[in-house]
Design a protein around this ligand. Structure first.
Ligand code: IFM
Length: 443
């Protein structure tokens, strides 16, 4: 196995706008579905909202300095659509556009490569009032938003992802009702998943004319493991993989929906949709957190969790990143890949010595990077790794209870504290990026 990652590997961290920015009603920003949803009683487990979050909007410069201290060479962030176009169509908000200009310039001045995501779940509420992603017109509005951002930032951003995790946007928000906009309707969720994919295709087409940046999309993918060797469990594992992963991989890379039975009906597809969705892209971002453990028993046989479970209750399964990457690399003709998210929520707190001793997170990252290196050694073309997340933040329906960050946030004071894992990640990157060179220089 090769002993190190490629020399031009992107070493990064990831965040998203609603989870860190705050300033929810400032400088002309419009209301998003998450602004609306998080304020509904009972929607968020700890009763919190993203109104202030990590106050990143006001702390941009000092937060960017933290990235330098972390030694990363790439940073993945998302643009809040309602901050730059408050109603999702029509007028643009200059102050919102300026904020992302400053963010991108601030990264470049610090030698950090910007990777932007256009949609990380914060749809302008006015578009939701017109049907949201269930309304096909939203795809056209999204493509116009994408074109404008590509024109504005596309001379400096290396890579634009259209969407983050279409499965989660569509299913948690519209089938399970635990994310914004809080709907529970299978047919609508299916149509929304299709429209999100369609809007990706339309946005890529619109952006190609405006920028030379790499264009792609980010999917949450999980390998599935049958709990037993029974046929029922094996079928369930294949169906689960089809529902969560192939439902997105197949349209993007094969131009069809999978024929495997799914818990939702097929969407209405118009002529030309699949060709738009399947057009070539430059990269696929993969968010890997856990495998899906598939059991048909009642009650279900639980996942073994041999290597522990996170605070989210997710099994820690580093081998899954290797299994997933090698599987999809065998089965699909893929563009360059990034691990656009991988991370763990731990019960972090500041110890008496003023530090955060998150040994579990260090182990998590180290083990996942080991498995990632194995996949790369076997020929999977992975160009970068983005730890989720730079800092603790608003974890959607869980509120602030879940801490995924390398940097601890004390929300009442907004004090930032590097966790042990941040220092460990910094040293790991340093060794990977400069270790070999330093050795050569010494010889
Ligand atoms: O916090 C989220 C992120 O917004 C999308 N991917 C998964 C993360 C952890 O749940």
């Amino acid at each position: 196995m090769r002993s190190s990652f490629p020399s031009d590997f992107a070493w990064g961290t990831a965040t998203s706008a609603y989870q860190i920015e705050g300033a929810a009603q400032e400088d002309g920003k419009g209301v998003s579905i998450w602004d609306r949803f998080s304020h509904q009683p009972g929607a968020i487990e700890d009763g919190s909202t993203g109104d202030v979050a990590c106050d990143h909007y006001h702390r941009l410069e000092s937060d960017l300095d933290l990235l330098v201290k972390l030694g990363i060479n790439a940073y993945r962030f998302s643009i809040a659509w309602p901050r730059v176009q408050p109603l999702g169509q029509g007028a643009w908000n200059p102050q919102g556009l300026d904020f992302y200009d400053r963010l991108v310039d601030g990264l470049l001045q610090r030698g950090i490569t910007p990777h932007a995501t256009l949609y990380h779940w914060d749809l302008p509420q006015t578009l939701q009032d017109m049907g949201g992603w269930a309304n096909r017109d939203t795809c056209q509005y999204f493509a116009e938003y994408a074109r404008t951002i590509a024109t504005r930032l596309g001379d400096r951003v290396k890579a634009f992802a259209t969407h983050n995790e279409p499965f989660v946007s569509a299913m948690l928000g519209n089938l399970m009702g635990i994310h914004a906009p809080g709907l529970k309707d299978a047919k609508t969720a299916s149509q929304i998943a299709h429209h999100i994919l369609l809007s990706h295709g339309m946005a890529v087409r619109a952006m190609r004319a405006a920028t030379k940046a790499d264009l792609g999309i980010v999917l949450n993918l999980s390998p599935t493991t049958p709990a037993t060797s029974s046929q029922a469990d094996q079928d369930k594992a294949e169906q689960e993989f089809a529902f969560v992963s192939r439902w997105y991989l197949d349209p993007l890379f094969r131009g069809t929906y999978p024929s495997t039975p799914a818990p939702i009906p097929l969407p209405d597809v118009q002529t030309g949709d699949m060709a738009l969705i399947q057009q070539p892209i430059d990269f696929l971002g993969i968010n890997y957190y856990f495998r899906d453990w598939c059991s048909t028993d009642t009650p279900p046989i639980p996942a073994p969790c041999k290597q522990g479970c996170s605070e989210m209750g997710w099994e820690i399964y580093p081998e899954g990143i290797y299994e997933l990457l090698t599987k999809i690399n065998r089965e699909y003709k893929l563009p360059a890949l990034y691990i656009s998210e991988n991370g763990v929520a731990c019960a972090d707190s500041i110890a008496d010595d003023g530090l955060v001793h998150d040994a579990q997170r260090i182990r998590f990252i180290e083990d996942h990077l080991h498995e990632l290196k194995r996949a790369i050694a076997e020929g999977v073309d992975v160009r970068g790794y983005f730890y989720w997340s730079l800092m603790d933040n608003f974890e959607w329906s869980k509120g602030f209870a879940m801490r995924f960050g390398l940097i601890h946030i004390d929300y009442p004071t907004q004090q930032r504290t590097f966790k042990d894992s941040a220092l460990w990640y910094r040293d790991y990157i340093q060794r990977e990026r400069f270790g070999a060179q330093q050795k050569e220089a010494t010889l």
